[in-house]
Design a protein around this ligand. Structure first.
Ligand SMILES: [Fe+2]
Length: 210
């Protein structure tokens, strides 16, 4: 069984690679893994991380950005330039002991958003579920595993700091953690779901249990 059959793609930061969304999808984006110099066109914007993985940044095209870790250019979306610290606690409850904070909340309902997911040890990030839009996830701290597929066709992939996981819309999946270790990851939602309240935010509303 192949992860790609279910719509999951895995990368690590030590190998420069590019992922381009297939042309049947609703929204166009490109993700750059590892070292890249990226030209961002007028009308697009880029979500990326600083050299030390301490801050998340957004820049609106036209511009050129050099990145070492992970960057995603979203076509036809012009979020104003922004910078946010990745420090600090999570602020919104999620499920199974997991929590989140909105690093860059959606400016309008349905806009893209960068979230910060924190999973305690021995947790599952939701039950097995799907989303209606892409997720581009970078693991920052801790270890865990990503489970993709259905029933006997489930495939487990280890997650470590620097793992990048790109999940297509409707890819059935969840993450799990081990005893003794948190997992912290930053999922970028390539367009998302409405909300910012206690139990009304893009992590909750963009998740459909199956
Ligand atoms: Fe998910």
């Amino acid at each position: 069984m192949d992860n790609k059959l279910f719509g999951a793609h895995y990368f690590s930061l030590d190998k420069p690679q590019t992922f381009e969304v297939d042309h049947q999808q609703l929204y166009f984006f490109r993700t750059f893994i590892g070292n890249h110099d990226i030209k961002v066109e007028l009308g697009d914007c880029i979500y990326y991380f600083d050299e030390h993985l301490e801050r998340a940044e957004i820049k609106k095209g036209p511009c050129t950005v050099s990145t070492k870790h992970l960057a995603t250019v979203i076509r036809g979306y012009m979020h104003p330039d922004a910078s946010a610290s990745l420090e600090g606690v999570t602020t919104l409850p999620y499920v199974n002991g997991c929590s989140t904070k909105q690093v860059f909340p959606p400016l309008r309902p349905g806009d893209p958003t960068l979230q910060y997911l924190k999973m305690p040890p021995c947790s599952k990030e939701q039950e097995h579920h799907i989303h209606s839009t892409f997720r581009v996830v970078l693991v920052l701290k801790g270890k865990g595993k990503s489970i993709v597929g259905m029933g006997s066709g489930n495939i487990e992939t280890e997650l470590v700091p620097g793992s990048v996981c790109i999940l297509e819309p409707m890819c059935p999946h969840h993450f799990e953690t081990y005893p003794g270790e948190h997992l912290e990851a930053v999922p970028l939602h390539i367009f998302t779901s409405i909300g910012a309240g206690e139990k009304n935010h893009p992590m909750f509303n963009g998740t459909v249990a199956i």
